[in-house]
Each structure stands twice: as C-alpha cells, then as structure tokens.
Design a protein around this ligand. Structure first.
Ligand SMILES: CC(C)(COP(=O)(O)OP(=O)(O)OC[C@H]1O[C@@H](n2cnc3c(N)ncnc32)[C@H](O)[C@@H]1OP(=O)(O)O)[C@@H](O)C(=O)NCCC(=O)NCCS
Length: 175
C-alpha cells in the first residue's frame, strides 16, 4: 500500500501503523455486525489478531480517520488480484461512527486511489444480499450493481449459504 493519504477534507485514509492495534480491537471485538457479515474476522478479536492484520493483509488497507478528531473509525481495503488488474474492496466501520456517510466517503476515496494505479481495470465489491448498509454504501459511492452470485459462499456464523450482490466500478465512472 502506497504511503499517500487520500482525503476529502472530512475523512482521510492513511496506512495502518503498529500503534493502531489497540484501536482496531476496540472497533472490531464483539461487534455484532462485523461478526455477522465478516466471518473471516476472528471473534473474540485480540491484540495479536490486530497486530497480525497490520503486519499482513492490513498492508492492502487504509485506516479510515476523521479529520475533525483524528480518530480511527474504520478500515477500507483494496485487495489486488495476481495480475494486478482487478481489486476487491472491503470495509468496516466502528459502530458509534456509522450512519453518517463515513464509509461512503472512504469508498469514494479508495476507489479514486485504486483506479489511478497503473493497469487497474476494475474494482469489485461483494456484499451479502441481506447486508443493506453495505449495499447502500456501494450504491452511494457510484458502484454499478451487476447481479447476484447465487449460493456463492458458506458463512458459518450465519449458518447459511450466501448470495453475493456483485458491484463494480470501472475507470472513468461514475459518468
Ligand atoms: C457497512 C458499514 C461499513 C456501513 O458504514 P456507514 O459508515 O454506516 O455507512 P454510510 O453511513 O456511508 O451509509 C450507510 C447506508 O446504509 C443505510 N442503512 C443503515 N442501516 C440500514 C439498515 N438496517 N437497512 C437499510 N439501510 C441501512 C443508511 O441509511 C445509509 O444509507 P443512506 O446514505 O442512503 O441513508 C457498517 O455498517 C459496518 O461496518 N458493517 C459491518 C461490516 C460490514 O458489513 N462490512 C461490509 C461487508 S460487505
């Protein structure tokens, strides 16, 4: 992940730092929505999990920070495929910061950042068809709903197979 910090003056994305481990635990541990929809995020969520995240897949993500307070409120990541042309976007926000458009802003920012990278031809984002807040974020950020990947994934926490709503954004969009 490049060191550049995309911002819109309200939200800034910055690389995760080792000193963020405690705040990640505060955001993620025991959160019912993160537990439900992001089944690969361990629960309970420990300091060691957060340290592993920052040293590992968190390198492909940004901390979402509020300019007014400097607080870390969430994470947004763009995981690149092996050929470097398609990035898969994922995000979560701490509970007490939700519902105020922060993730929509963060998604717009990471989309601009990712599409500016050489060779990137497509951003994609999958949400459980029942995850209404996540789907709203994708739509508000200008992603196109492409359709549903039926029975695409087993979510053990929900105890059911998931239908993915698939969204994408291409260079030059939204029109
Ligand atoms: C998904 C998530 C990141 C959204 O964060 P957020 O900052 O609250 O998102 P925003 O404020 O930008 O937008 C949320 C939208 O969902 C809507 N929404 C919130 N709860 C909703 C609900 N229960 N049903 C329908 N819509 C809902 C809001 O009204 C808003 O839409 P609007 O702008 O049209 O009013 C947050 O809920 C979260 O962390 N969830 C758990 C992790 C997760 O699901 N990650 C995504 C996996 S694909």
């Amino acid at each position: 992940m490049a060191a550049k910090s995309p911002t819109d003056g309200i939200i800034t994305l910055r690389p995760w730092q080792p000193s963020d481990a405690a705040v990640i635990v505060e955001c993620v541990d025991g959160d019912p929505e993160i537990t439900r929809w992001l089944d690969q995020v361990p629960q309970p969520y420990t300091l060691a999990d957060a340290e592993g995240y920052i040293a590992g897949i968190g390198k492909e993500a940004f901390a979402i920070t509020q300019d007014a307070t400097g607080m870390v409120v969430g994470s947004v990541g763009a995981h690149m495929n092996d050929t470097g042309d398609v990035a898969e976007i994922g995000y979560w926000l701490r509970r007490d910061a939700r519902g105020r458009g922060a993730t929509t802003r963060a998604l717009v920012l990471i989309a601009g950042w990712a599409l500016a990278r050489e060779g990137v031809a497509r951003l994609q984002l999958r949400a459980d068809t029942e995850n209404e807040p996540s789907r709203r974020v994708a739509e508000r950020a200008g992603f196109t709903f492409e359709g549903v990947l039926r029975s695409a994934y087993w979510n053990p926490r929900l105890g059911r197979r998931v239908d993915w709503a698939m969204y994408s954004l291409l260079p030059g969009e939204p029109a």
